[in-house]
Write a protein that binds this ligand. Structure first.
Ligand code: NAD
Ligand code: ZN
Length: 341
């Protein structure tokens, strides 16, 4: 089959012919229809320090996908060929304390598809049945391909009560702008999104941000005054990984404000802890998606009219993948969807 492979320890990806994956008794075989490019794939493409330490070569990459089940292992009863599915890319151990308690997103023995095991940028991918999510009928295929990063947005945004609350989102990357859409859908009042890239801020507005802030030209204290928020934002969603953005967030929350932190800082970051203490702020780290409460929420929100499709800026056939990666590198793209049909 055709697949996008990190063939050797060097920048780039190669479209190659590789053997079809074999299925075990607990697995399903999925014929891939659409995939989407994630920041993680860019790290692997660029072959940065993290990728060099993490990715064995050769490796079929990619983890954001939708496809159709074409075969099932002999132990599999709950799935059958013909079903339209995406996959939870975190394969967990199933035996540790957290897994046994149903907190599978907290498994300390997680392996990632397209990172530690063969991925989805391919004609076929194999997953354990415990990692398969069936889509509701009528879901748009390109949107279905985004359930992994959409899940990061949903998992983060739904940490705290949003109804009537004022939300600050730092970072208008794909996850930040999808989170803006979720916050509006869930009934937030103000959804303020910051970035320093005007095209990304424009996208945030399309997806539901009520006010965007280019932090190169405006500061959050002025925006708060303009909006009449005398006490600060109630909820902060950190989705940039930027220390400056995180510090600005902490300085603009109300007393008792709550932060969910998804963005991954590239190095240690200092903050003013006295703000956290005197203002009694809550800061919670967020990883991946809850299996499968986040997936359930995603499916029902899409079913009830949430539209995240504007986040897709590029749609390409898989053999034009280079164009998609180039657009990501140039910073013009938000989500790039590759068609494998
Ligand atoms: P992205 O890099 O596309 O988006 C980050 C955005 O932050 C960019 O648009 C950038 O311009 C903006 N930004 C940079 N400095 C800023 C500043 N000072 N103020 C405001 N905005 C600023 O990333 P993404 O794919 O949307 O992912 C968001 C973050 O979440 C990334 O840090 C990513 O590594 C992380 N992530 C975490 C998990 C997890 O499980 N915790 C999963 C996926 C992604
Ligand atoms: Zn586990």
């Amino acid at each position: 089959m055709k697949a996008l492979v990190k063939k050797e320890a060097a920048p780039g990806l190669w479209l190659a012919e590789v053997p079809e994956p074999e299925i075990g008794i607990n697995d399903v075989l999925i014929r891939v229809k659409r995939t989407a490019i994630c920041g993680t794939d860019m790290h692997i493409y660029n072959w940065d320090n993290w990728a060099q330490k993490t990715i064995p070569t050769p490796m079929v990459v990619g983890h954001e996908f939708v496809g159709e089940i074409v075969a099932i292992g002999s132990n599999v009863n709950d799935f059958h060929p013909g079903q339209l599915v995406s996959g939870e890319g975190h394969v967990v151990c199933g035996r540790c304390r957290n897994c046994l308690a149903g907190r599978r997103h907290l498994c300390a023995h997680t392996s990632g598809i397209g990172v530690n095991r063969p991925g989805a940028f391919a004609e076929y991918v194999v997953l354990p049945m415990s990692n398969v999510w069936e889509h509701r009928s009528g879901v748009d295929l390109d949107v279905a391909a985004l359930f992994d990063p959409f899940g990061n947005a949903v998992h983060t945004a739904l940490q705290y009560d949003l109804l009537g609350e004022d939300v600050l989102i730092t970072g208008a990357g794909p996850i930040g702008v999808m989170a803006a859409a979720v916050c509006r859908h869930a009934g937030a009042r103000h959804v303020v999104v910051t970035d320093l890239n005007p095209s990304r801020l424009a996208l945030a507005s399309r997806l539901g941000a009520t006010r965007t802030v280019d932090v190169r030209h405006e500061n959050l204290a002025d925006v708060q005054r303009e909006l009449g928020l005398s006490e600060g934002f109630d909820v902060g969603l950190e989705m940039s990984g930027s220390p400056a953005a995180f510090r600005a967030m902490l300085a603009n929350l109300c007393h008792g404000g709550q932060v969910a932190m998804l963005g991954i800082p590239t190095e240690e970051m200092a903050i003013d802890w006295t703000t956290v203490i005197f203002n009694m702020l809550t800061i919670k780290g967020i990883y991946g998606r809850e299996m499968y409460e986040t997936w359930y929420k995603m499916s029902v929100m899409i079913e009830s009219g949430l539209d995240i499709s504007p986040v897709i800026t590029h749609r390409l056939p898989y053999h034009e993948f280079q164009q998609g990666f180039d657009a990501m590198l140039a910073g013009d793209a938000c989500k790039v969807v590759l068609n494998w049909e």
